[in-house]
Design a protein around this ligand. Structure first.
Ligand SMILES: *Cc1c(COP(=O)(O)O)cnc(C)c1O
Length: 427
């Protein structure tokens, strides 16, 4: 049995412990939702204020050059690239995850249409994040493709001579289950399909090596484990074998080879810069850089490998403590126990009251979130209590206290209080 003293000892030995000082964590909050919106970096308010007061207020239009605004997408792209196995120049920070998926899936379908015009199917996972499925649905409709949704674990079986693109999210947002990117990409390629990966729950959280996996396209999110702030710019990575060969559909002037020549015809920039569309949100970009720098700060302490070790230790501890201390309260585990298949979150299931339990925990300062299931009594998708573990700022003692709060909420039936039943717009 692990005790509170054991957890304190683990914190004391934790080589990443000092990184917590890079964040502003509200008093009395144990924040287990960094997989949805990362904590604010301590440097962000001052950096954004400088961008507003000096760069915008004083520098005005000169700041596009003088403050380096114009090249932020490339510069930040390279910082992200270092976390996902990309070489410099392969990644760009821009737009939102949804918009970037539209660009890369569209590019992938263009390649497929030229090289394998007979292939008319895009395969994805039924339990993928809905925006990914919505974007794929509209693109498939527009281009005459069929979107085939497959259950987890059946991906390889679904690959066949009709499949043009395999489009997956690396770590599942509902369950925290992680796919084997290298194996599935290889299977896609063996079957003549391209592989598009969404790294929304991976970048900054788990080791990713896009080049080693030989992936074709990837996108991901800036405001989750990268701590870039609400609505932070997302990113795009394209394998160099595709980057110069294809145009993406949102051919705005920022992706032009020479935007300031103002010529009437589109000529794409070389490489990843063609995945830009229009003018970028600079204030959000500078906040994103603060977030990226918190992840880069782990580099001298072991980088992503060290973050991963701690993340697995935290999620192991959370699972063990829930099973020891909250036994008999009907909680199930939706997240794989196997390290190789687990992202950086733990999802619990409960037949009844999952939403109210999460609300009761939030009232106690333990911030996780709720994801609705399919509503069926014994459906394939139960309601989920979701807890994200960002090892940059979450410790072992936090994990202990989070489970103690959960135990109280369940033992004292605190969750049954009427105020915890009210639904909010954002869960
Ligand atoms: C969070 C997330 C998104 C978010 O997309 P936005 O365009 O930023 O709203 C998309 N896909 C996945 C898999 C996500 O987890």
């Amino acid at each position: 049995m692990t005790s509170l003293q054991d957890c304190r000892a683990l914190d004391a030995q934790d080589p990443l412990r000092e990184l917590r000082e890079l964040f502003t964590l509200p008093e009395g909050v144990i924040y287990l939702d960094g997989n949805s919106l990362g904590v604010m970096p301590r440097s962000a308010p001052e950096r954004v204020a400088r961008a507003v007061n000096q760069e915008w207020g004083q520098g005005l239009i000169r700041s596009w050059n003088d403050a380096g605004w114009f090249t932020l997408p490339q510069r930040l792209g390279d910082k992200i690239g270092a976390l996902i196995g990309a070489r410099p120049g392969e990644t760009i920070a821009t737009d939102s995850t949804s918009i970037n998926l539209y660009k890369v899936l569209s590019a992938a379908l263009h390649i497929a249409a030229r090289e394998h015009p007979e292939r008319k199917v895009v395969v994805s996972e039924r339990d993928n994040f809905p925006t990914d499925l919505y974007i794929a649905q509209s693109l498939c409709k527009e281009r005459g493709y069929t979107l085939e949704l497959v259950d987890e674990g059946r991906m390889e079986d679904a690959l066949g001579p009709q499949v043009a693109v395999l489009m997956l999210t690396h770590v599942n947002y509902r369950t925290g289950a992680m796919h084997d990117m290298a194996a599935l990409t290889a299977a896609a390629h063996r079957n003549g399909a391209l592989a598009v990966w969404d790294l929304a729950h991976s970048a900054g959280a788990v080791p990713v090596d896009l080049n080693a996996a030989d992936a074709d396209f990837a996108i991901g999110c800036g405001y989750k484990y990268l701590n870039g702030g609400p609505g932070a710019p997302a990113f795009v990575w394209v394998h160099p074998r595709h980057a110069d060969r294809f145009e993406q559909p949102l051919s705005g002037w920022w992706g032009h080879a020479a935007p300031f020549e103002f010529t009437p015809h589109y000529r794409p920039a070389q490489g990843i810069s063609r995945y830009l569309c229009g003018t970028q949100p600079i204030l959000s970009m500078v906040a994103l850089e603060c977030g990226l720098d918190t992840v880069s700060a782990a580099q001298p302490l072991g980088g992503i490998a060290a973050l991963r070790r701690k993340s697995l230790a935290l999620t192991d501890l959370f699972i063990d403590l829930v099973e020891e201390r909250c036994a008999g309260h009907g909680l199930g585990l939706a997240t794989p126990r196997e390290h190789g298949r687990r992202g950086s979150q733990v999802c619990l299931t409960r037949a009844e009251g999952a939403y109210a339990i999460v609300q009761a925990l939030i009232a106690r300062g333990v911030v996780g979130d709720f994801r609705a299931g399919d509503g069926a009594v014994d459906g394939a998708q139960p309601d989920i209590l979701r807890f994200g573990f960002t090892p940059l700022y979450i410790g072992f003692e936090d994990t202990w206290h989070a489970v103690e709060h959960l135990r109280h909420v369940l033992e004292d039936a605190e969750w049954q209080r009427p105020e915890f039943m009210r639904k909010h717009a954002v869960t």
